[in-house]
Design a protein around this ligand. Sequence first.
Ligand SMILES: Cc1cc2nc3c(=O)[nH]c(=O)nc-3n(C[C@H](O)[C@H](O)[C@H](O)COP(=O)(O)O)c2cc1C
Length: 343
Amino acid sequence: MPGLFDPLTVKGIELRNRIVFAPVVTNFGLRNEQTARYYAERARGGAGLIIVHGTPVDLFLHLSWVQKLKPLVEAVHREGSRIAIQLWHGNELKGEAVAPSVQGPCRGISREEIRTVVEKFATAAVHCRDAGFDGAEIHGAHGYFINQFFSPLTNQRHDDYGGSLEKRMRLALELVGAMRRAAGERFLLLYRHSAVDGELQGATVEESIQLGKALETHGLDILDVSAGRGQKDNLSIPESSAPEGTHADLAGRMKAGMSIPVIAVGRIQRRTVADGILREGKADLIALGRQLLADPFWPQKVREGKENEVVLCTYCNTCTEEMRSGRPIYCPQNPDLGKEAEA
Ligand SMILES: Cc1cc2nc3c(=O)[nH]c(=O)nc-3n(C[C@H](O)[C@H](O)[C@H](O)COP(=O)(O)O)c2cc1C
């Protein structure tokens, strides 16, 4: 079984270890020096892969906009980490509220419009690749637009995109296929999925496992297993009372049917927990979100046997509250968060 600091090569792209910085919205803005320094600090601290937070896919349609992310990409690469960015689609299309099918203020999206969504992700992947990113992650989790297609609670379509599991998976599979065809082989494609069971998304873990297998067949490189429906419940950002490694069993169940690497996330903080997840074969990569806000040097300290020097996240969720209120995230444990200095 791999160790936390063993490298992992995917599609010829080497990650120096098994530690991933999970996508975390900052409200710092994206194309500015401070954000580049913020991410570079997490790379300097030793993470093997950084996933930049969820960002609307529409922003990536203009190469000139994406090219301005190059300083951020280069700053992370200089510190030895790989970098991907999470592409997010919400319930808005050309200023109108849309969903898989009628839902609150949203009208059902048309097949023609679904095609334009797929094309957007493909174009975004090419532009991310050209700006130097090692990969892109589709945000297919947490109850957002793409996840809504998977869930029978939010997808009541009667065409090729709704009904049976095969049809509810179709959008996800088309996204991966189109991005792969457009961006080529040497670009990592990641997919974040909420593998939560039952009433929350009206689908079973067994159906999530089928999705994982199908994504792999369609060219996915890494599956990122989360849970929950975003702001509508407390699973996607686990509460402080949640057990450490809270979603790791879901990752393990999905991984059992797949051969591509799987990421586990959720309240992972102690080395013994991270090692245990890898050792038990529940995941190939371990993602830390809030802990790397509190202390970006967690990987380095743990590697050097100085875990007792780690500034621990208390999971107070101040960052979450700030993020949801639209303010820049703030961490009571780390006064330097968002004020990282030049190396
Ligand atoms: C402030 C904040 C912002 C987040 N933003 C995103 C995001 O953009 N995309 C996403 O998929 N998950 C997001 N998450 C969820 C994290 O990626 C992660 O899955 C979750 O926090 C559990 O990991 P942790 O316990 O190590 O923090 C966010 C979490 C927090 C606390």
